[in-house]
Design a protein around this ligand. Sequence first.
Ligand code: IPE
Ligand code: IPE
Ligand code: MG
Length: 250
Amino acid sequence: MPSDSSALPAPKVPRHVAIIMDGNGRWAKARHLPRVMGHRAGVAAVRKIVRAAQEIGIEYLTLYGFSSENWKRPVTEVNDLMGLLRMYIKDDLEELHKQGVEVRVIGAKSRLEGDIISLIEHAQERTRGNPNLKFIVAFNYGGQDEIVEAARRIAEDAASGKIKSEDVTREVFASYLATAGIPDPDLVIRTSGERRLSNFLIWQTAYSEFVFTDTLWPDFTKAHLAAAVQEFQGRDRRFGGLSVAAGGRS
Ligand code: IPE
Ligand code: IPE
Ligand code: MG
C-alpha cells in the first residue's frame, strides 16, 4: 500500500553547518575594486548568514575566516583581514549577544596581535552560555595543526601519567581538538566554485555532506543557504552502513 506522505517526518535541518567562505577577492576583481572591498562585503554576508542560520533552525554555524595558510598573502591583505576581525567583534558583539548567540573562536593564538586575542577572549566570555545559535569562527585555523596540537597534548598527558596510551580512543582524541564538545558538521558548504577543504576541519568532516556552489561569498544569501540545506535533505547518509531503502536502519 502506498504510504501516506503526510505521515512522513519533516526533513531534518542539519544541526551543524560549516562554511568555507571563498571568493571575496574575485567578487572585488569583477567590480574593479581592491580585494579589501571584497572582504568588507564578505563581512556583510557574515552578518546576514548568522541571522539566516537562526531563522532556518541551524544550531551550530562554523565560518572559516582565516586559514593557517592565509599568512602567505601579502602583508597588506593579512592586515586588512586582521582589521576586519577586530572591527567585526567591536561592532557586532553586543548585537550577537542580544540575539542570544554564543561565540567561540577556534584556531591558533600564535602570530595574532595581543589586542585581537583580548577581543576574542572578551567575545567568548561575554556570550558564554547564550541559548541560541552556537557561532564558531575558525580564525588562524588549520586542521593539520589542530591534530598535531592534540597529539602533542595527549603525549604530554601520557608522559605525566594523566592518561594511558590504551585509553586514547577516537572520542578521547576528539576531546583534545579545538572543537571539543561541538558535534561534527553535518553539512559543509564552499562558495566560489573551488572544490577542496583547504585544511578546514579535516578530522571533523569524515562523514559530512558537501555542497559546492559557484556563488561568491559576498553574494551568498539566506536563499543560497536554504537551497544548500534542501540539497542536504535529499542526501542519503549511510555512515558506512546501509540506507533505509536498502533495508538498513536509519
Ligand atoms: C575568502 O576569499 C576570504 C579568505 C580566504 C580570507 P578569498 O580572499 O580567498 O577570495 P578569492 O579566492 O581570492 O576570490
Ligand atoms: C580557504 O580559502 C580559507 C578561508 C576561506 C578562510 P582560500 O582561498 O585561502 O583557499 P585556497 O588557497 O584557494 O585553497
Ligand atoms: Mg580564496
